[in-house]
Ligand binder design. Structure first.
Ligand code: COA
Length: 375
């Protein structure tokens, strides 16, 4: 017996605070001026590089990003701090990520016309996990009052599509009847806000999708026709050490490689062909032609990258709305980006319309989900 899995509801938690490029650049430049003044002698002696200013024009042109939502604004914009200041939670309190995900999950359940009683599993798929154990997913399960089981998984920016594949396979096989896949991303805490090359890239958000048997859907939904995941090692996007940082001989030193690191140019060049070929192969194997594809909901890292992939997949420039971008408002929100785009730009599709959700990033990793509108 096999069942058809479907995405029956989506939800997005958007933080209240946002930072414009103007505010971001002003804070960075104040930090750079302060750094340069404090290290004036070493800079003059050629021992330390002066920090150049950041520019709004560069950020918009290089990435398409105009602003980003964050869980804390004051710390990030304070030239003496330059990272989010998040209140330490007590043992009896849920993690911040769990609270963000619960908000998104409740919206997804409402959109699907379902309650926690209809959910069989929770998968928390994200780039960074606030609590390794007991597990953010189990906190979410507990807060929502879901029976069954929950677990965390991490495939960087591809976490959402890999999570959807895991949930869809379980629904298809009958081992569960439904699952919430949630993606809380506090990217602001892994971003190095003092690095001009990347300080503009990320934002915070949480997304959720409810996956059920198609036959259980209470309203319009998207059948999951097929999923495909792939990984290929690259160290061009990395975060070294994680919890092992305390075990290092240099103790708790504030080292650059403990935050997000990337070789952006190489990523740009290497990920584009990988993703284009992945999508083309997936579509060919499922007999989906470019003409049949009504929408691409792509990972949101860089506008030029998405424009390129859209053009490659469709064989022409995507028409307005065919490949919606949300990164101008949210920046790169890691695994959540393609799901925000899907959540905001899918209601208008008609019965039988086909689309593809695709996320990609560190690993390298790429995941695609071909969906068809029903109802
Ligand atoms: N303000 C002003 N100038 C800046 C700047 C800033 N904030 N950041 C970098 N620059 C400078 C650089 O120092 C460089 O100067 P140089 O030519 O004198 O060396 C120049 O602008 C170009 O920088 P570069 O890093 O080559 O720009 P880019 O066009 O490659 O754009 C990214 C940078 C990161 C936006 C782009 O490479 C990208 O999106 N890559 C993929 C990122 C990605 O998807 N990552 C996955 C994360 S999960």
């Amino acid at each position: 017996m096999s069942f058809t899995p479907a995405i029956t509801g989506t939800g997005v938690f958007t933080p209240e605070l946002s930072i414009s490029n103007t505010e971001l650049v002003e804070a960075f430049n104040a930090y750079a001026d302060k750094f340069n003044a404090e290290h004036a002698d070493a800079i003059a002696a050629g021992e330390v590089d002066a920090k150049p200013h950041s520019s709004e024009e560069f950020i918009l042109k290089a990435s398409g990003i105009e602003r980003r939502y964050v869980m804390d604004k004051a710390g990030v914009l304070n030239p003496d701090v330059m990272h989010p200041l998040l209140r330490q939670r007590g043992d009896d309190e849920p993690s911040i990520m769990a609270e963000m995900a619960v908000d998104a999950a409740q919206k997804a359940l409402k959109a699907a016309g379902k309650t926690a009683a209809d959910v069989g599993a929770v998968i928390c798929a994200a780039s960074n996990l606030e609590r390794a154990y007991p597990a953010v997913a189990i906190e979410i399960q507990d807060l929502l009052g879901v029976q069954g089981f929950a677990f965390d998984m991490n495939v960087a920016c591809s976490s959402a599509t890999f999570g959807i594949q895991a949930a869809a396979d379980m629904v298809r096989s009958g081992s569960i009847r439904s699952a919430l896949v949630v993606n809380p991303e506090i990217c602001s805490a892994h971003l190095e806000w003092r690095d001009r090359d990347c300080h503009f890239i990320f934002g915070d958000v949480a997304t959720a999708v409810l996956i059920e048997r198609s036959e259980d859907a209470a309203g319009p939904h998207f059948e999951i026709k097929s999923t495909r995941c792939a990984t290929e090692f690259s160290n061009n996007i990395r975060n070294n050490n994680g919890y092992l940082r305390r075990s290092r001989p240099d103790g708790l030193a504030d080292r650059r490689d403990m935050q997000f690191m990337q070789n952006g140019r190489k990523v740009f060049k290497e990920v584009l062909p990988m993703v284009s070929q992945h999508i083309a192969g997936h579509m060919a194997d499922e007999d989906v032609t470019a003409d049949q594809l009504k929408r691409l909901w792509l990972h949101q890292a860089n506008k030029s990258m998405n424009d390129f992939i859209g053009k490659k997949v469709l064989g022409r420039d995507p028409a307005p709305g065919e490949q919606p971008n949300i990164l101008q408002d949210y920046a790169n929100t890691s695994s959540a980006g393609s799901i925000i785009a899907f959540s905001q730009y899918s209601d208008d599709l008609a019965e039988g319309d086909t689309g593809i959700i695709c996320s990609f990033g560190a690993g390298y990793s790429v995941g695609s989900v071909i969906v068809e509108r029903r109802g």
